[in-house]
Design a protein around this ligand. Structure first.
Ligand SMILES: C[S@@+](CC[C@H](N)C(=O)[O-])C[C@H]1O[C@@H](n2cnc3c(N)ncnc32)[C@H](O)[C@@H]1O
Length: 289
């Protein structure tokens, strides 16, 4: 086999869009792959080979499935009136959730990412490959360009930025690695300022380097040479996370393999995230206030 060549201008968002659609029964997202270019697919193969990480698609699909499952469940409680997906990248998560919720009351949906990424996303979504999607749902989802670090530096209250959503479900999928610690702290405080809110996110736990050879060997890959973005603040302790989320009445913090194993069985599939040395031991969090 010839080794895949490297394309540094591919975004991490494009790569996760490919991987999240690899196991659509698990992720509930069959659509995001349509935003991926051939160069993006090639870069994913490069990452799988270079990191010796064939299960990366399974891991990203499980993460996406958790985000979808908890978002739908939160909206189904009737306590929330919208979903704000930060760092939405090329993910069709908000569309998939809106599609699942279309028989219920109407909710507001907002996708937020860096301004350039939102432009790329909008351009991609206007392609014919999305013509079969429900256009009413697709166009009802607001697309907003914000740099979250800039919001933090300027202390812009989320309530002012999203005035139409009074009780949001926030999704932060694949975001924590890119933000500075003070920015994450500020963002959690902002989310906690709502009387009713729920948050779904993932993080890389502090002990990941010690417990998983896959993580140890792969971690260095995500430097500037292989993706467009800068990984900033990659590792989090469970204590930090539970401390930040203290204002939330309920917090669930689980290992990705627990979610993948349970859902694989429900789907009649063989669990694949079994040996911790073969995948990143990501944590998945659902917090509710
Ligand atoms: C790994 S991708 C995740 C995309 C998507 N949530 C998914 O899981 O498929 C990370 C995303 O974070 C976004 N991002 C990084 N830094 C950001 C910032 N300061 N403000 C807003 N978005 C940011 C990137 O543009 C990128 O789309």
């Amino acid at each position: 086999m010839t080794e895949a060549t490297n394309h540094v201008n591919v975004s991490s968002a494009e790569m996760t869009a490919y991987w999240r659609s690899l196991y659509p029964a698990l992720s509930s997202d069959p659509y995001s792959k349509n935003l991926v270019t051939p160069a993006g697919v090639q870069q994913c193969k490069h990452a799988e080979i270079k990191q010796d990480y064939p299960l990366i698609g399974r891991k990203i699909s499980a993460r996406a499935g958790f985000m979808y499952d908890r978002s739908v469940r939160a909206l189904q409680t009737g306590r929330y009136d919208g979903l704000i997906s930060f760092a939405s990248g090329f993910s069709l998560l908000s569309y998939c959730v809106a599609e699942a919720m279309k028989q219920h009351q109407s909710y507001q949906y907002v996708d937020v990412d860096l301004p350039d990424m939102i432009l790329e996303r909008q351009e991609g979504l206007s392609s014919d490959v999305f013509a079969d999607l429900d256009q009413k749902i697709l166009h009802s989802i607001e697309q907003v360009g914000f740099d979250i670090e800039a919001l933090y530096r300027n202390d812009r209250p989320l309530k002012d930025l999203f005035p139409n959503i009074k009780a949001p479900v926030f999704v932060l999928e694949g975001l924590m690695y890119f933000l500075s610690k003070p920015c994450v702290k500020w963002l959690v405080q902002q989310m906690a300022s709502y009387a009713h809110t729920a948050v779904v996110l993932d993080y890389w736990p502090l002990h990941a380097l010690e417990v998983s050879t896959c993580f140890k060997n792969g971690f260095e890959y995500w430097g500037r040479d292989n993706i467009r973005e800068q990984i900033d603040n990659a590792l989090w302790s469970e204590v930090d996370v539970s401390g930040y989320f203290k204002p939330f009445a309920k917090i669930e913090d689980i290992n990705i393999q627990d979610f993948e194993n349970q859902h694989s069985v429900q789907l009649g599939e063989q669990p694949q995230l079994v040996d911790i040395n073969t995948f990143y031991p990501v944590h998945l969090v659902y917090a509710e206030k």
